[in-house]
Ligand binder design. Structure first.
Ligand code: GLA
Length: 413
């Protein structure tokens, strides 16, 4: 029971109880699974370019309270999307991919569809309510939801998958094959493997994760999410898809001309210079993409060392440099995201700031000395709504801490 108390506070519990009542679901005595958000410290946009990745789980969450039923159906309601009503479908009769474009129903259906498609015996249904407070765009709300749904479906069906990488792959499949999002697997990796007080380092060569504790006092800094209040349509409709296509094109050129199998393989300044020169003639638009990825990849090792040594100012400085590259060379940021960064940069004690995740809209992030957080909040609260009055009621600032990615426990109701 003490574990349960940690998983959610009274307010969240009440939200779930009220939501369940509103659609006549009985989830009392069930289980709660809590899945986190994630904060990537590098290489942002490196996942679909064969690069190493590093990040932490953060305490904006999705909570799902659920209980097996006897109907072979999934009946699930989201407190965040009440207009979508109770999502109710028989296992094995999920709508084909692309059907429920405007409803969050596509996520539970997609999770069941992908599991069954991959041969898992998923027949036992459940009733559930969901509530989340992860900002949309930048902190991996959809990956968190997919993992939560997959793990729940597997658990109620007594199917155990020991290899976490397989779960990560399944979660990515839900997005790529069912939702239609062209995402990589950074989000799923960073959430599934997140551990409190640690960063997760993913090595694509070995397909493994190493947990690295922060070498200093974690109380000295805060990870801050600067939610712009904007809504980003799915990655499939954003600049993200264009960048992915460009990187595919770039990879082909590098392979053909230089024999590099991925952008990540360009490690030396001379290789980089040769590639840039080659792109000059016909592929000038790809030069900036390559520049950001190369430079961020160069900084990555330094960032890991700084983390290991507890040098958060240096982690922040690299985070900031990555942000400038994402803005000017990779050109994936957005107006509101950059307003947040410009404001953060004026505050003494902010070590670094940049846009987060897929790009265009959503949330920026900052790494901040603990005692500078209230000043950052004041500056953003006073100025952001003046710059973007349309989002005056929806922007938000959250100081986050690093947490376990996935936890579950008996429901406290
Ligand atoms: C989104 C995608 C991830 C990753 C990031 C950028 O969050 O879902 O796969 O590419 O953008 O690092």
């Amino acid at each position: 029971m003490s574990q349960t108390v940690e998983l959610m506070n009274e307010e969240i519990a009440q939200r779930l109880i009220t939501a369940a009542k509103s659609v006549g679901l009985d989830i009392s005595g069930g289980t709660v699974r809590r899945s986190s958000s994630r904060f990537c410290l590098g290489v942002e946009h490196g996942d679909y370019n064969g690069m190493e990745l590093f990040g932490v789980g953060t305490n904006r969450f999705i909570w799902m309270a659920y209980k097996p039923n006897t109907t072979g159906r999934v009946r699930i309601f989201s407190e965040n999307f009440p207009g979508d009503g109770l999502v109710d479908f028989a296992l094995g009769e999920e709508a084909p991919a692309g059907t429920h474009k405007d409803s969050w129903a596509r996520f539970p259906m997609g999770a069941a569809y992908i599991l069954r498609k991959n041969g898992y015996p998923i027949n036992q249904g459940f009733d559930a309510v969901v509530y989340g407070n992860i900002p949309g765009g930048g902190m991996s709300r959809s990956a968190s939801l997919c993992l939560n749904l997959l793990l729940t479906l597997l658990e109620v069906n007594d199917v155990s998958i020991d290899d976490g990488m397989q779960i990560v792959d399944l979660a990515q499949m839900v997005e790529n094959q069912y939702i239609g999002s062209p995402c990589g697997k950074l989000d799923q990796l960073m959430i599934y493997f997140a551990r409190e007080g640690m960063g997760a380092h993913y090595n694509p060569k070995t397909n493994t994760i190493e947990h690295i504790p922060f070498g200093g006092d974690a109380e000295d800094f805060r990870i801050v999410s600067l939610d712009t209040g904007t809504k980003r349509p799915g990655l499939e409709k954003s600049t993200y898809r264009i960048r992915r296509d460009e990187c595919r094109e770039l990879t082909k050129i590098l392979e053909r001309e230089f024999g590099h199998e991925s952008i990540a393989r360009i490690r030396s300044k001379s290789e980089f210079a040769a590639a840039v020169e080659h792109l000059q003639e016909d592929f000038e638009h790809l030069q900036g993409r390559l520049k950001y990825l190369f430079e961020a990849n160069q900084r990555f090792g330094e960032m890991l060392n700084a983390w290991r040594e507890g040098d958060i100012a240096q982690v922040g400085a690299i985070f900031r440099a990555d942000g400038i590259g994402l803005r000017d060379d990779y050109e994936i940021s957005g107006r509101e995201l950059e307003t947040m960064c410009n404001l953060a940069r004026t505050v003494e004690g902010v070590y670094g700031e940049r846009m987060l995740g897929g790009g265009d809209k959503g949330a920026s992030g900052a790494i901040v000395r603990t005692d500078a957080f209230s000043q950052l909040k004041e500056v953003v609260n006073a100025t952001y709504p003046v710059c973007h009055p349309d989002y005056a009621d929806s922007f938000a600032i959250h100081a986050c801490k690093s947490v376990d990615g996935i936890r579950s426990a008996p429901a406290p109701f």
